[in-house]
Design a protein around this ligand. Structure first.
Ligand SMILES: [Fe+2]
Length: 268
């Protein structure tokens, strides 16, 4: 049993049953899981997923202390945890599906999202595109970035960035997400067999391989995540604690336009 203490609530991952469990007073709105066979169409080598019923990841949503429920419901924020299993699929590190977020209604920007690594070692891929919702056009990728994160570290996924999480460590990798209610667009990623790069583990080395289903990809850059306490992002404090103590710091989740530059500066 691993306690995910970085989350700021009593949450555990049971390695034997591969389930998330919750301490007294912590509620969870439900969960789901995805097995490798359902990752077919998104992988470096799709044959690795063929009829494979191994678990890829589990996900639980709407996790909070009962007394904090009103804070999340008032803003309709999703507050979830995903646990990605360790190991590879045809040489590729285990990952989730990847998606873009839709536009904030009445705004010129898409929804951002906060990710927080709770245990293990992660890479998050950020693939920026302004025409992600134009199905008839070639996807124009403006920037392609990878961020390595350890337990306690966090990022804000900037508007317009498709994203996916990858477990590059040896054990399970758990991460939390906090976001305003947002349409999730999976098709732009599915149509191209994943994001612009695949993350492989070759004899213990992490290797990025470009996805040949894309045309004219920019060069991948490795960026670092930085804190921004004014936006509630501090590596020594959980997102949960930051949010319940100062919900207004997370206004950028609902109105990202005025914070775009600040969010970009956090990815040096
Ligand atoms: Fe997302």
């Amino acid at each position: 049993m691993t306690e995910l203490s970085k989350f700021g609530l009593r949450v555990f991952f049971d390695d034997a049953t591969q389930e998330l469990t919750f301490g007294e007073g912590v509620v969870c709105g439900g969960g789901s899981s995805k097995h490798l066979q359902k990752m077919k169409g998104l992988l470096y080598r799709d044959s690795a997923a063929e009829n494979c019923d191994e678990l890829c990841y589990v996900f639980c949503h709407d996790i909070y202390r009962e007394e904090d429920r009103h804070l999340f419901e008032k803003r309709q924020y999703a507050n979830g945890i995903t646990v990605l299993m360790p190991g590879t699929m045809g040489g590729e590190c285990r990952k989730n599906s990847g998606h873009y977020h839709g536009y904030v209604p009445g705004h010129i920007c898409t929804f951002p999202e906060v990710y927080e690594v709770l245990t293990g070692e992660a890479v998050f891929l950020l693939q920026e595109s302004r025409n992600f919702d134009h199905a008839d056009e070639e996807l124009k990728v403006e920037t392609l970035r990878a961020v390595f994160l350890k337990a306690g570290e966090k990022i804000i996924v900037p508007p317009f960035c498709g994203h996916c999480a990858i477990n590059v460590g040896e054990g399970p990798m758990a991460f939390g997400n906090l976001a305003a209610p947002s349409p999730l667009l999976y098709a732009p990623i599915q149509q191209r067999h994943g994001l612009g790069v695949y993350v492989l583990n070759i004899q213990g080395r992490i290797v990025f391989v470009y996805n040949s289903h894309y045309k004219d990809l920019p060069q991948l850059t490795i960026v670092q995540a930085h804190e921004n306490p004014a936006l509630g992002i501090t590596f020594g404090k959980s997102v949960y604690e930051s949010f319940v103590s100062s919900p207004e710091r997370f206004n950028f989740l609902d109105e990202p336009e005025q914070y775009q530059e600040e969010i970009e500066h956090m990815l040096g």
